[in-house]
Design a protein around this ligand. Structure first.
Ligand SMILES: [Zn+2]
Length: 481
């Protein structure tokens, strides 16, 4: 998950206002929300009930995390995951199962060691950021210079930084929408560029995570053409606290850092795709996606085995209906999301000539649920009808939010290409406790919450595959995420 969910606060306020309408004297004639009770809506409710009483979603994520486990893009395990997905989807009986090749960056984590050399010798828990180069064989030893945020680093004078190890100490705030991640993650992705531009020899950030566990959160970082490449690592939150306590006693804290991570060129991976063929508009597509790759330190349960399970279960329930919906449901398990939404970009290129046939797209990449709100990004002129059409989702704990969705990381590139999207907002309160750590494991998933998310996706996908509403054109481009 890369893009945090911007619009949920607005959505929450909107929902709060809608909820208050019948007690506001200034709006006596506000329309009452009537739950959609059409035949399609009733089928969608039946699908949701089936999802809630089924163990299928949990069985899928258990299978992926036990039989494959960590599956870093560009590694052998990534290909094992592709084979797992092809076989699983085939055995589930989808009308079509296929894969499309994607060229992805390959990187090996190696080892990462860090310690405080002075004023008080102590080991630290660190991990390399994805894409980082190694340190020289004998490591790097240098004083640290601390910044509250990427912004403070960007505004600092190079004189303070030259020859030092930059330490970005940005705490990630806990929030249901995950907005704290959006505020701090720039230090991870762009910190090495900003630090190297001012002469730093390495960068070590406070983990982008809301936990207090003594483990570090990895995640992608970038270099920039023309700017020196420096090693980049994250330290655990308790270690960042430790450094702060030392800085209070002595402004000169010297770190030693030794990393052996390595960029290994380009490898081949695959987007894995399964379809429920539409009965009357088979060339029109409702895309529900997740990403198949994961970071290498946990077993990729919440990120994004859960998403794989949620969208696959939703499509399987629709596959098994006696009467298929009008449009095709396409499940896309994207390759290489973590290393820069590489699979999604390849998908958009490979399917450029049918993007106008993509009715709507959504992606589950925010843990294991539950879904508490659905937002759309559709034609503003028809948005009210879309809301009304999906009102039966409220029976299963999903509020109808706003028309400002990004759709999830992989599908976030589609609105700029004219494709409508929806964001089924999953509760992210504890998501960033485990995200990108060795602690991203199956035990963090509650089967009931996972099943509720699958129910929401099943309702959404079915209603959209049957809808008669024109979802295009979208709002003007400057309003897109
Ligand atoms: Zn993810």
């Amino acid at each position: 998950m890369k893009h945090y969910q911007t619009a949920s606060l607005v959505g929450a306020i909107f929902v709060a206002l809608v909820g208050c309408q019948n007690i506001l004297p200034t709006q006596p004639s506000a329309p009452k929300v009537v739950i959609n009770n059409s035949d399609d809506a009733q089928i969608s409710q039946q699908l949701a009930k089936q999802a809630l009483s089924s163990r299928l979603s949990y069985d899928i994520v258990e299978s992926l995390t036990v039989e494959v486990g960590p599956r870093l893009s560009g590694t052998e395990k990534d290909i094992v995951a592709v084979e797992w997905a092809m076989e699983k989807l085939w055995l589930m009986g989808f009308d079509k199962v296929y894969k499309e090749s994607v060229q992805v960056p390959a990187w090996s984590r190696g080892t990462a060691y860090a310690s405080v050399v002075s004023p008080y010798e102590q080991p630290l828990v660190v991990t390399a950021l994805g894409g980082s180069i190694a340190t020289p064989v004998n490591g790097i030893q240098a004083p640290i210079v601390r910044f509250e945020s990427l912004e403070e680093l960007t505004n600092a004078s190079p004189g303070r930084i030259e020859g030092k190890i930059v330490f970005i100490d940005h705490k990630t705030e806990r929030h249901i929408t995950g907005k704290g991640y959006g505020e701090s993650v720039g230090g991870r992705s762009r910190g090495a560029i900003a630090a190297a531009e001012k002469g730093a020899v390495a960068i070590v950030i406070r983990s982008i995570g809301t936990d207090h566990d003594r483990m570090a959160h990895t995640g992608m970082m970038r270099y920039q053409e023309g700017v020196p490449k420096i090693p980049a690592a994250a330290m655990s939150n308790p270690d960042a606290d430790l450094i702060n306590a030392m800085l209070k006693r002595d402004p000169k804290v010297v770190l030693s850092l030794n990393m052996t991570s390595e960029n290994q060129g380009i490898a081949t991976s695959y987007n894995v795709i399964a379809e429920v063929t539409g009965s009357s508009k088979p060339d029109e597509i409702v895309l529900i996606g997740a990403h198949l790759d994961s970071w290498d330190e946990g077993t990729g349960a919440i990120d994004d085995g859960a998403g794989v399970a949620i969208v696959t279960t939703a499509a399987k329930l629709i596959q098994d209906l006696p009467q298929k919906p009008a449009r095709t449901i396409r499940v896309v398990l994207f390759a290489a999301e973590e290393v820069g939404i590489v699979g999604a970009k390849a998908y958009a290129e490979q399917h450029a000539d049918e993007l106008d046939k993509h009715y709507i797209a959504a992606e589950s990449d925010f843990g294991a649920g539950p879904v508490y709100q659905i937002d759309f990004n559709v034609n503003p002129a028809t948005y009210e009808r879309v809301k009304q059409e999906h009102s039966a989702m409220t029976l299963f704990g999903v509020e109808i939010g706003n028309n400002d969705a990004s759709g999830g990381p992989d599908v976030s590139i589609l609105p700029a290409l004219g494709v409508p999207v929806a964001s089924l907002r999953q509760d992210g309160t504890d998501y960033f406790d485990y995200h990108h750590t060795p602690n991203d494991t199956l035990d963090k998933i509650d089967p009931k919450k996972l099943a509720q998310s699958a129910a929401a996706y099943a309702q959404f996908a079915y209603m959209m595959a049957q809808s008669e509403i024109d979802l295009r054109p979208l709002k003007q481009k400057e309003q897109q995420h």
